[in-house]
Every structure is written in structure tokens, then in C-alpha cells.
Design a protein around this ligand. Structure first.
Ligand SMILES: *[C@@H]1O[C@H](CO)[C@@H](O)[C@H](O)[C@H]1NC(C)=O
Ligand SMILES: *[C@@H]1O[C@H](CO)[C@@H](O)[C@H](O)[C@H]1NC(C)=O
Ligand SMILES: *[C@@H]1O[C@H](CO)[C@@H](O)[C@H](O)[C@H]1NC(C)=O
Ligand SMILES: *[C@@H]1O[C@H](CO)[C@@H](O)[C@H](O)[C@H]1NC(C)=O
Ligand SMILES: *[C@@H]1O[C@H](CO)[C@@H](O)[C@H](O)[C@H]1NC(C)=O
Length: 627
């Protein structure tokens, strides 16, 4: 080999690579090209099948690399609890997502798919993720910067598993706590819900120019595309019946349920999900006036609109009774991506047929695809379609758990403190002889996290994921000399015969999600009320209520010495002990009206004849005893 051979080979390699690159130059793959030019170039190259594929979102259980490739599928989701394996590691998630992505990248045009998941209080489907308090608690904090930091942390945990898209935040304004999704709502007050949209710049990154109104914005590999949901009026249904009818005039809709969408759009929210509910009798999934004319044309939202799970099927009653009608009405209304989620060939065949027969105009398909591609380009998905393991240590990190613990402290509301104002019970002393911890929710991580945790409906028990129960938090906090006795549901005799200094009773609602949480009585199920009676009748007690909404507490209030609403705090139960024992003071103020009886409902702040047990904005304070 001559002495010049290496540089010459190097030169030849360079020149050939350049030639090769030039031959293969694709404008849409060039990040230096303007967004509009990339979209246009790619759209010009796409067939109808490739376009329709972009509009389809399928569930991971029916997705394979081959399906992704054959049908040009634009998106995959994990439904609630749909995981690669029970207790799967972050690496296993990354591998699963990448495997499907490789199928998409192997298509003629190599358009990456976008993987989405419900990360509604942290990355809640994933084992070992930090579970933050549900929104009903976060509204209490009145602290948008805290909510933004939760968005930052959630984005990192989601990216740790190779996922770039979350179906959050829920910006519902729950106007009736009988609704099974009330805990997904920050408040009954639209102004608080507007403030809490600050989670969007946390998830997506801060939009540099707010005047680029309506253009989606996602700041690269450590951020995720967000989804404001459920458009619109989801929290206003009659008697809080899930997916039901929101009966309200246009002014009411615009002043109560719409405002948080204005904030979300100005922050560059990438996507909006349509509500299952109806507005004055018309299903939102077929409401062209609100989806196309209002959201897209008037508000100038430029991201994509996604259906809810089988949302177009549910346009008809019973669902899927006339699928062609559902496809025509849903796509016609302006929905761009359809969460199918299983029978994608049925959807693709139907939509293709309707386009060929000109029932659905090609311009509607082009609008949908343009929006989907816009989000994918803006977030850098074409440049970074495949995840690596560089963020896996973010999942459930110590830093995020500390943030969740801080959030728990700010979400608690102290509703009563002592039978007389002169003798407050809280903060409790750490050093005393013997204390009782009781109640169905004292040692139950699953109930503490609520629905949308590991599974759709949530799970009871302590095995679901890693976290600190309230019992363990109490044990971690008291002086080593203090004896902590735990009894889930003690009888009064037991409580009397032991000389407890005081008792902590933790009761509430079991986990639930969506319509399974609808309730027309809002009672704490047994044995919760018996535990309150047995314990509080015999010893000084603080009752901590774990619930997704205000529940009926008035009948027991006189027996209770101190009462704390803890909502659904998530995995970091230590935040509760931080307040009970005075390391920090209570600051939370109700972001919901606390009812006396269900026949008062609906009852919201500002209503005439407002007669709550505890009004909106109520919350006692304590001071930290730490020096
Ligand atoms: C979950 O976290 C615990 C420590 O908190 C660790 O020991 C375990 O390996 C983690 N499991 C997975 C699947 O990542
Ligand atoms: C609302 O709920 C009622 C009672 O279950 C039901 O009959 C009605 O069809 C529902 N309406 C809508 C729009 O879902
Ligand atoms: C289904 O909807 C289509 C389109 O609106 C309509 O023409 C057809 O009659 C409907 N079929 C049934 C069985 O209702
Ligand atoms: C999908 O839909 C088609 C058309 O309605 C039907 O024939 C087929 O059985 C469905 N497949 C599944 C798996 O449900
Ligand atoms: C309250 O409603 C729930 C669910 O709707 C039901 O299971 C329960 O039995 C009811 N409780 C009472 C006391 O009526």
C-alpha cells in the first residue's frame, strides 16, 4: 500500500458520499428547510394510502413493525395499563417503541410514527415512575410554577421510556363532583384551570414567540407533545354523568369551559382531544361548528385534533351502530387523527372508500395530514425518531419524588383543626407514648394514587409500584421512641382499651376511572364511616380523606377533631406526614366547593343560594414547627 493511499481513499469516500447524499436529497428531510416547505414537499410525494395511514392511531397490542409498514400507521398509543410487560423497565419500553418505529422508518417515505400515552399525573402507566397528585389536588396549590415543574419532570420520565407524546393536560372544568372524572379537573373555577395550563410549557417547553398564535411548539428531545382535553364541555354534563350531555348556552360554554383552551393554544399546545360528551344534544365528535369553525378557524389552532378512544364509534348510540356514518361525521367535523384503536383495517377501508366516492373531500384529508406532519416536524421527530437509553435514570428519580412530595404538601387542605379554635390538634407531636394509625387508606398505595395508575382503573394494595404509604410516612416521621400501632378497622373497645395519645384515621374512596367513578351519593364506602366512629368516639383523631372530589362528611364532622382533604396524592405519601407533624405548614385552599348533601348539586362558587359545608377558597393554616 503506497503512502498516499489513505488520504486518497478518504477523498474518494467523501466525494462518493456527497454524490450519494445529493442523489438522495429529500427536501422534507432537511431540517434547514422552512416548516412549510418540508410539509409541502412531503405531501406532494404521498399517496392516498400513505395519507390515510397518518390519520390512524392504533393500540400497541395490535401494532407490529409489519403493521406499521404495511398500513403506513401514523401513531400508536398505550391504552390505560397497556404495557410491554408487567413491571417493565424503562429500557424495555424504549425497545418496544423503537421496534415499532423501525417499521415506520422502513416505509418508502420513512415518516416516523408518534407514540402517545396517558401521562396524567406523572408517567402513570409505568412501574417505578413518580406518581404526582391528581389535578383535583394540584388546583389547591394555586401555584402555576409548581405545576410547570411537574410538567418538566413528567416530560423527562415519559422520554425516559422512549415516548414523545402525552394525552395531558385535562383542562376540564368539573362543575359536578358526581362525575367520575372530577379528579382529572383542577377546579370548578375556570380561572384556576387557566392558570394550571402552565403545565404545557413544562411538558413541551416555553414557546419563544407567543404571537405565533396557534402554531404547535415542542422543544426537542427532552420535551413531549401535549394534548389539551377534552374539547369541550366535558366537565359540564348533566348530573356529572360521564360522556353525557352538557346543557349550556354559548356564553356559558365560552366563559366556563372554553377559556383554558385559549391559554393552551397561545402556549403552542400540539394537539387537542375531542370530548365524548355532547353539547346541547350534539356529540362533540361530530361537531363541525366547534371543531373546525371555532377551534381551527376562529382560534387558529394549527396542531392536530385527535379523537378519544373509539370516540367516533360513540357518535352513534349504540356505539359502532353505523360505522360509515361515524367516519363521515367524525372526519368531517375536523378530527385529524382517529384513536381507532383496534380494528384499523375497518377504519382505513371505510375512509378510503368515502374519499374515493368524494363523500369526504380530499381537502379534508390534506388538512388532517398537514397538521399531523406539522407536529412531527416541529418536535424534531424526523431528526430524532429513535430513542436511546440516555434518560432512563430519570424514571422515578429522587429529584422527581422530592418534587412530588412538595406538591403533596401544597395540595392538602386543612378543613378543621381542633374542637375549639383555642385547642388546635395539628401539628401533632412527634414524640409521645403510643399512637394509632387506622383506616382503609392508611396503608394502601393503590388507593392513595387513584385511577389511571399502572392500570386504567387503578389498583388497590401496595404491590402496584414504588412509593410511600401514609402509614410508612408516619413511621418515618415520629420519634423512634413513639410506638405506632396500625389497625385497619379497629373496634371501639380496642381503641378505648389502649391508651393512645391520638389517632390518625385515613379513609376515602377506592380507585376508579371514568364512568366507573360516577356516583349519585358521594358517600365514603364502608368501613370508612365505621372506622371514623369507632376511633374518633374513643380518642382524639385527625381524619385524612383520600378522594377524587369532595365527599359527604357532614354527618361525621362533629366527632372528628381535625380534618384534612388529601385528594389523590400519589406515591409520595411522605408529604402528608410532613404537614401532620409540623415540618411544614398547611397552605392549601379549596379549589372546589365542599357540599353538605348531594341534593345541593350542582353547586359552584358564585352560584346564588350558595350554602356549602366549606366554601371554595377555604383552608386553615398552620405554621411549621421547624426552626
Ligand atoms: C424499581 O425501583 C427499585 C428501587 O426503587 C429498583 O430496585 C428496581 O430495580 C426498579 N425496577 C425496575 C423494573 O426498574
Ligand atoms: C345521558 O344519560 C342518560 C341516562 O343514562 C341517557 O339516557 C342519555 O342517552 C345520555 N345522553 C347522552 C348524550 O349520552
Ligand atoms: C348510515 O349512515 C349513512 C351515512 O349517513 C346513511 O346513508 C345510512 O342510511 C346509515 N345506515 C343505517 C343502517 O342507518
Ligand atoms: C373489523 O371490521 C371488519 C369490518 O366491519 C370486520 O369484518 C372484522 O371482523 C373486524 N375485525 C375484528 C378483529 O374485529
Ligand atoms: C353509592 O353509590 C355507589 C356507586 O354508585 C354504590 O355502589 C353504593 O352502594 C352507594 N352507596 C349508598 C350508601 O347508597
Amino acid at each position: 500500500m503506497g503512502r498516499f493511499s489513505i488520504p486518497i481513499m478518504g477523498f474518494m469516500l467523501l466525494c462518493c458520499l456527497a454524490a450519494l447524499t445529493e442523489a438522495k436529497y429529500l427536501k422534507y428531510k432537511d431540517p434547514k428547510q422552512p416548516l412549510g416547505a418540508r410539509i409541502k414537499d412531503l405531501m406532494n410525494k404521498m399517496t392516498l394510502a400513505e395519507k390515510i395511514g397518518q390519520m390512524v392511531q392504533i393500540e400497541r397490542s395490535v401494532a407490529t413493525p409489519d403493521v406499521m409498514k404495511t398500513y403506513f400507521i401514523g401513531s400508536v398509543l398505550s391504552g390505560g395499563g397497556s404495557v410491554p410487560a408487567p413491571k417493565a423497565s424503562a429500557e424495555a419500553w424504549v425497545n418496544m417503541v423503537n421496534e415499532l418505529q423501525k417499521g415506520s422508518l422502513s416505509t418508502r417515505l420513512g415518516i416516523p410514527m408518534i407514540y402517545g400515552i396517558d401521562a396524567v399525573h406523572g408517567h402513570n402507566n409505568v412501574y417505578n415512575a413518580t406518581i404526582f397528585p391528581h389535578n383535583v389536588g394540584l388546583g389547591v396549590t394555586r401555584d402555576p410554577q409548581l405545576i410547570k415543574r411537574i410538567g418538566d419532570a413528567t416530560a423527562l420520565e415519559v422520554r425516559a421510556t422512549g415516548i414523545p407524546y402525552v394525552f395531558a393536560p385535562c383542562i376540564a372544568v368539573c362543575r359536578d363532583p358526581r362525575w367520575g372524572r372530577c379528579y382529572e379537573s383542577y377546579s370548578e373555577d375556570p380561572k384556576i384551570v387557566q392558570q394550571m395550563t402552565e403545565i404545557i410549557p413544562g411538558l413541551q417547553g416555553e414557546i419563544p414567540v407567543k404571537s405565533r398564535k396557534g402554531v404547535p411548539f415542542v422543544a426537542g428531545k427532552q420535551k413531549v407533545a401535549a394534548c389539551a382535553k377534552h374539547f369541550v364541555g366535558d366537565g359540564g354534563t348533566t348530573k356529572g354523568i360521564d360522556e353525557n350531555n352538557t346543557v349550556i348556552g354559548l356564553n356559558g360554554l365560552l366563559s366556563i369551559h372554553m377559556p383554558a383552551y385559549y391559554n393552551s393554544i397561545s402556549m403552542g399546545v400540539a394537539t387537542v382531544m375531542i370530548s365524548y360528551s355532547s353539547w346541547n344534544g350534539k356529540r362533540m365528535h361530530e361537531n363541525r361548528d366547534l371543531v373546525t369553525d371555532f377551534l381551527k378557524n376562529k382560534l387558529k389552532f394549527k396542531g392536530f385534533v385527535i379523537s378519544d378512544w373509539q370516540g367516533i364509534d360513540r357518535i352513534t348510540s349504540p356505539p359502532h351502530a353505523n360505522y360509515s356514518y361515524s367516519v363521515e361525521a367524525g372526519v368531517g367535523a375536523g378530527i385529524d387523527m382517529i384513536m381507532v384503536p383496534y380494528n384499523f383495517t375497518e377504519f382505513i377501508d371505510d375512509l378510503t372508500d368515502q374519499v374515493k366516492r368524494k363523500i369526504i373531500p380530499m381537502s379534508r384529508i390534506d388538512d388532517a395530514v398537514k397538521r399531523i406532519l406539522r407536529v412531527k416536524f416541529v418536535m424534531g421527530l424526523f431528526e430524532n425518531p429513535v430513542a436511546d437509553f440516555s434518560l432512563v435514570n430519570q424514571l422515578g428519580s429522587k429529584e422527581h419524588r422530592e418534587l412530588a412530595r412538595e406538591a403533596v404538601r401544597k395540595t392538602l387542605v386543612l378543613l378543621k383543626n381542633g374542637k375549639s379554635a383555642y385547642k388546635p390538634l395539628l401539628p401533632l407531636p412527634k414524640k409521645t407514648a403510643k399512637i394509632l394509625v387506622a383506616g382503609s387508606h392508611a396503608d394502601n398505595l393503590g388507593h392513595q394514587c387513584g385511577g389511571w395508575t399502572i392500570t386504567w382503573q387503578g389498583l388497590g394494595g401496595n404491590d402496584l409500584t414504588t412509593g410511600t404509604t401514609i402509614l410508612n410516612a408516619v413511621k418515618n416521621t415520629v420519634d423512634p421512641s413513639t410506638q405506632v400501632v396500625y389497625s385497619e378497622n379497629p373496634d371501639a373497645e380496642f381503641v378505648k382499651s389502649n391508651k393512645f395519645s391520638f389517632a390518625i384515621v385515613v379513609v376515602g374512596e377506592p380507585s376508579y376511572a371514568e364512568m366507573f367513578g360516577d356516583s349519585n351519593n358521594l358517600t365514603i364506602p364502608e368501613p370508612g364511616p365505621s372506622t371514623i366512629s369507632n376511633v374518633c368516639g374513643a380518642v382524639q383523631c385527625v381524619v385524612v380523606v383520600i378522594s377524587g372530589r369532595p365527599v359527604i362528611i357532614q354527618p361525621y364532622l362533629a366527632k372528628i377533631d381535625a380534618l384534612v382533604a388529601a385528594w389523590l396524592p400519589g406515591t409520595e405519601g411522605q408529604g402528608i406526614a410532613d404537614l401532620l407533624f409540623g415540618d411544614y405548614g398547611f397552605t392549601g385552599k379549596l379549589a372546589r366547593t365542599w357540599l353538605k348533601t348531594v341534593d345541593q348539586l350542582p353547586m359552584n362558587v358564585g352560584d346564588p343560594h350558595y350554602d356549602p359545608l366549606f366554601p371554595f377558597g377555604f383552608g386553615l393554616t398552620t405554621k411549621s414547627t421547624k426552626n
